[in-house]
Design a protein around this ligand. Structure first.
Ligand code: NDP
Length: 269
């Protein structure tokens, strides 16, 4: 567990990641390493903000002089609504994971950061992708994949949410009532199952050996999803790559400088 603060007790700092829960976040150590590498005197902390206190907390952090926030679950929709200006990705997905408090602007670096890691892993469009989850991340990465030409199949525990998402995406994307990975080159766990220590009912027997299982969650141990995928002969990757990619893009958006990507990747690997 890393050090974190309640929003009412937030210290003076320039940057923070906010969410609930927040203790699991590795962003403070990754961003602190980035600022050190860039020789910038900025402080980045983790702050617990419940959804019901979002706007009060943001007013308080703005008054304390915070400049930039990363926003994690379950606050990305609220962050989008709070902002008065949006980059093209947050506008497209109606979700924001990065805020500039000074200009009341929002960006979504999750989706382009995720896509960057998929291409780096050698999975190119128009491969078929099974996305598990239709929450904030499931929505933005499904839309990003479909926009980039991948064939997207979405499964969600509450199936109506997958149907609603597919109606928004359109094109040849589909929803499925059981998580069937047949013919998919990539399976993405965008649910909160891993942070609860739970597995998913994927029909692993139908997965292609050598396909890539990608869990957006990360921890020092393989997640239940990745453990089971590995047992079925799949390649595995966890959310640290995406964490580094979205963090690098957030820094670039706030500061208009090139991020020390290797330092950031190393810090979380
Ligand atoms: P949300 O709260 O917006 O969505 C949660 C999703 O998980 C919903 O689809 C929900 O389904 C589903 N879900 C919750 N519990 C279970 C369960 N036990 N079994 C199956 N499905 C479940 O979360 P986010 O989209 O913000 O985050 C999802 C995951 O992605 C988290 O693990 C988060 O840590 C990770 N993440 C990682 C990032 C990175 O940089 N590496 C960036 C962003 C997210 P239902 O609709 O039925 O409730």
């Amino acid at each position: 567990m890393s050090e974190w603060f309640e929003w009412r007790d937030a210290p003076r700092a320039e940057f923070a990641v906010i969410g609930e829960p927040i203790a699991h976040s590795w962003s403070p150590r990754m961003m602190t390493a980035a600022f050190e590498a860039l020789r910038l005197p900025y402080r980045y902390v983790a702050i617990r903000v419940p959804a019901s206190e979002f706007s009060q907390a943001l007013d308080h952090l703005a008054a304390l002089g915070y400049w930039g926030l990363n926003v994690t679950l379950p606050l990305k929709g609220l962050a989008y609504e709070w902002a008065e200006h949006h980059d093209e990705f947050s506008e497209r997905y109606s979700m924001a994971n990065t805020l500039d408090m000074r200009t009341r602007s929002a960006a979504n670096t999750d989706a382009p950061g995720f896509l960057e890691t998929v291409v780096a892993a050698g999975i190119e469009a128009p491969s078929q992708v099974l996305v598990l989850g239709a929450g904030a991340s499931g929505q933005s990465i499904s839309m990003a994949l479909a926009d980039a030409g991948y064939q997207v199949r979405v499964w969600n525990r509450t199936s109506q949410n997958a149907v609603n998402l597919i109606n928004r995406i359109g094109g040849n994307s589909t929803s499925c009532t059981e998580p069937d990975p047949q013919d998919c080159s990539l399976l993405v766990n965008a649910t909160a199952s891993s942070i609860k220590g739970e597995d998913l009912p994927v029909i692993w027997e139908r997965a292609s050996p050598g396909a890539l299982a990608y869990d957006l969650a990360y921890s020092i141990y393989p997640t239940p999803f990745l453990r089971t995928a590995f047992q079925h002969g799949l390649q595995t990757i966890d959310g640290r790559e995406m964490l580094a990619a979205q963090g690098a893009r957030s820094l670039e958006w706030w500061l208009q400088i090139e991020s020390p990507r290797e330092v950031m990747r190393r810090e979380v690997s």
